[in-house]
Structure formats: structure tokens, C-alpha cells
Design a protein around this ligand. Structure first.
Ligand SMILES: *Cc1c(COP(=O)(O)O)cnc(C)c1O
Length: 360
């Protein structure tokens, strides 16, 4: 389904950490990774975090979001997007997704805005960016923050600008299956110096930057280690080839699984999808259910996954509200194996197995 590609300088940099004894959260790789990542995203500041969930939490905390506040989050996303809001005592308010892109439907957002709404969290699902112009316009009109959850979209582009450069603060994940990885890890990006300093303070337990062991606020330990950053820096050096490979995989999948029958996220020239996952919807008239398809593929040694279950159907966020588009996409959708060690034959084998199961 997914696997990291560690064929660059990962080992060399990690050995450097071990040889030099710099294995904890101070060290040159942390700053080097942060600086290189900021440059990659086209922003002034980036700050490493322990993972992509706490990086979201850190962003929201720095914006002062807390009890009584509401943050608009798509229901069709990974659960961390909403959990980060809840950790701060704020309330995630769910928005519907669009059938074509599977991303948050801007038209659905305005009706959700209340005097308590503080922010919108667009999630660039599976590597395709949200319609940021429409979101920015709406946010400006209602004086709301935008915090991108770009955990799945390293390097994705919208109208010439990279993911992680649109919101006031934005968040990435470097979990093992993401486009680049540090094992576990996250990053926040921003152009705002005051927010950057605030996040640095909160990330490091609230310790005064000048007076050591003097704590000015209740902070967190959300730091990443030098070893993780060493891996991240080596990964980032190769991100261009990873992105290229993922585009190739998507092109091959589209060739073997025509999009007229196996619908996928609809892109347009303004968007550069980075295909964290190549995902399809099974045809409406599919004779075999999605879950049965997954089982049959598994019996042939092909690992696939259902798309995310919408958050509003799961126990922590159960709600009576219905989101028919998210439910339909989630019910018919399937993530296909997408990683850089795959060959054209691998893609073809997956595609043929799917065609065979459905034509039975
Ligand atoms: C992976 C992911 C996260 C969280 O990342 P972790 O590093 O696993 O904590 C957050 N949001 C989305 C949309 C993700 O896919």
C-alpha cells in the first residue's frame, strides 16, 4: 500500500547524529530541515514537531483557539484534523465535501459560520489542494483564520503556489506513509514572525527563549529529534523525484483504469496533484461491494484501503447530520498502492485484478 523510499543520504545523516552524540531535539539537522522546508514551501518560517497531529494542535494553540471556539473542518478527512481542534477544548464543525475533488465544499461553509467560528481548516485530501481562492475570500469576508492541513500534500500546487503557503499557519505530517517521512514527525509553516515565535515557545514547554528554565506559559513538549530531522532533510533532498514518480504512477493507473469508469479526484490545470494516494471510486453499478473488493484483492496479495470514513459516522464525532456526498465517496472509494518502489507491472497487476474482480 505504502512504503518509504530511503535511498538518499538518510543513513549518512543519521550516522552523523550518532557519531556526534546529537540525538535529541537540539542539533544542526533540526534547523537545516526547517530552513530547507520553509524554502521548499515558499514561506519564511517552518518549525518541526513530533508529529502531524500535534503540529495542527500547535498551530491552533498559537492562534489562541480554545474552549467555546469553533473550527470548520471537513467531515471527510483523517481523524487527526478534528482531534487537534478538540484537544484545545474547541469544537470541530463539519463541512461537506465536493463530489468532484472530494475536498471541502466552500459553498457549504458559509451556513456553518457562527459568532464562535474562528478558523477554517482545509485539508488537501490525498494530495490535491482545496480551492484556496474561494476559501480565502470567505475567510476574509468573515474574518476567519485559515489553517491548512497539508499532511497529505507536500509539494502540491494551487495557481503556482505550494501547499503550506496559504493559511496564516499550516501543518504537515512526516508519518511513514506520507510523501516524505521522518518516521513520525510534523511541521508548521508560516510567514508571521510573531506566530512563529509563539509556536516555538509553546513547542518547548513554554520556556523563555532568553532565561533558561523560566517558563512563561503552559506549553507542550512537541519537539522532533535531530535524528528524525536528519532523515527529513535527506528525504526533502529527493522530494522532486518522489513527486515525479507519483505522477507517473497516477498516469499509469489512469491508463489501466479509465477514469470514465473508475472516477478519481478531478483536477484542472491550476492544480498540481501530488498523489499521496491514487484513489478511485468503484462504479455505481459495481456488482461487487467495495469491502468485498478489498478482501478479494487482499487474497491476491494486493493491499488496498477504504477511503477515510467520514468523521461524523464514527463514535467520537457521531452526529445525526448527514453529509451525503462524503458518505457516498467514502462508501465507494478505495486507496490503491502508491509508492515509489512500484513498477509499471505492479500498477498493471493491481489494475487488472480490480477489473477482473468487477467483471466476474
Ligand atoms: C497523516 C495526517 C495527519 C496527522 O499526521 P500524524 O503525523 O500521523 O500525526 C493529519 N491530517 C491528515 C489529513 C493526515 O493525513
Amino acid at each position: 500500500m505504502a512504503q518509504p523510499t530511503l535511498n538518499g543520504k538518510e543513513k549518512k545523516y543519521v550516522m552523523d547524529c550518532l557519531d556526534s552524540n546529537w540525538i535529541s531535539s537540539a542539533g544542526k539537522y533540526v534547523t537545516a530541515f526547517e530552513e530547507a522546508f520553509a524554502k521548499f514551501c515558499g514561506v519564511r518560517y517552518a518549525l518541526t514537531c513530533a508529529n502531524g497531529t500535534v503540529s495542527l494542535q500547535l498551530a491552533l494553540a498559537a492562534l489562541g483557539i480554545g474552549p467555546g471556539d469553533e473550527v470548520i473542518v471537513p467531515t471527510f478527512t483523517y481523524i487527526a484534523s478534528a482531534n487537534a481542534v478538540r484537544y484545545l477544548g474547541a469544537t470541530p464543525v463539519f463541512a461537506e465535501c465536493k463530489y468532484d475533488t472530494w475536498n471541502i465544499d466552500t459553498k457549504n461553509i458559509e451556513q456553518l459560520i457562527t459568532p464562535r467560528t474562528k478558523a477554517i481548516m482545509p485539508v488537501h485530501l490525498y494530495g490535491l489542494m482545496c480551492d484556496m481562492d474561494a476559501l480565502n475570500e470567505l475567510a476574509k469576508k468573515h474574518n476567519l483564520f485559515i489553517v491548512e492541513d497539508a499532511a497529505e500534500a507536500h509539494g502540491a500546487i494551487y495557481k503556482g503556489r505550494k501547499a503550506g503557503s496559504f493559511g496564516i499557519i499550516n501543518s504537515f505530517s512526516f508519518f511513514g506513509n506520507k510523501i516524505i517521512t521522518t518516521g513520525e514527525g510534523g511541521m508548521v509553516t508560516t510567514d508571521d514572525e510573531a506566530l512563529y515565535n509563539r509556536m516555538k515557545l509553546l513547542r518547548g514547554q513554554g520556556m523563555d527563549p532568553v532565561r533558561r528554565y523560566w517558563f512563561t506559559v503552559t506549553g507542550y513538549n512537541f519537539r522532533m529529534t535531530n535524528i528524525q530531522a536528519a532523515i527529513g532533510l535527506a528525504q526533502l533532498e529527493n522530494i522532486g523525484s518522489f513527486m515525479h514518480k507519483r505522477l507517473e504512477l497516477a498516469r499509469m493507473y489512469k491508463q489501466f483504469l479509465p477514469v470514465e469508469r473508475f472516477e478519481t479526484q478531478v483536477t484542472s490545470p491550476e492544480y498540481e496533484h501530488v498523489y499521496w494516494m491514487y484513489s478511485i471510486l468503484l462504479p455505481k453499478d459495481s456488482p461487487v461491494s467495495r469491502d468485498e473488493t478489498i478482501e478479494k484483492l487482499a487474497s491476491e496479495g494486493i493491499e488496498t484501503r477504504p477511503l477515510f470514513y467520514p468523521l461524523h459516522v464514527m463514535p467520537p464525532y457521531q452526529s445525526n447530520k448527514s453529509f451525503p456526498v462524503s458518505e457516498e465517496v467514502a462508501n465507494r472509494g478505495l486507496n490503491l498502492p502508491t509508492h515509489c518502489a512500484m513498477s509499471e507491472q505492479d500498477v498493471q497487476r493491481v489494475a487488472e485484478a480490480i477489473q477482473h474482480i468487477l467483471h466476474r
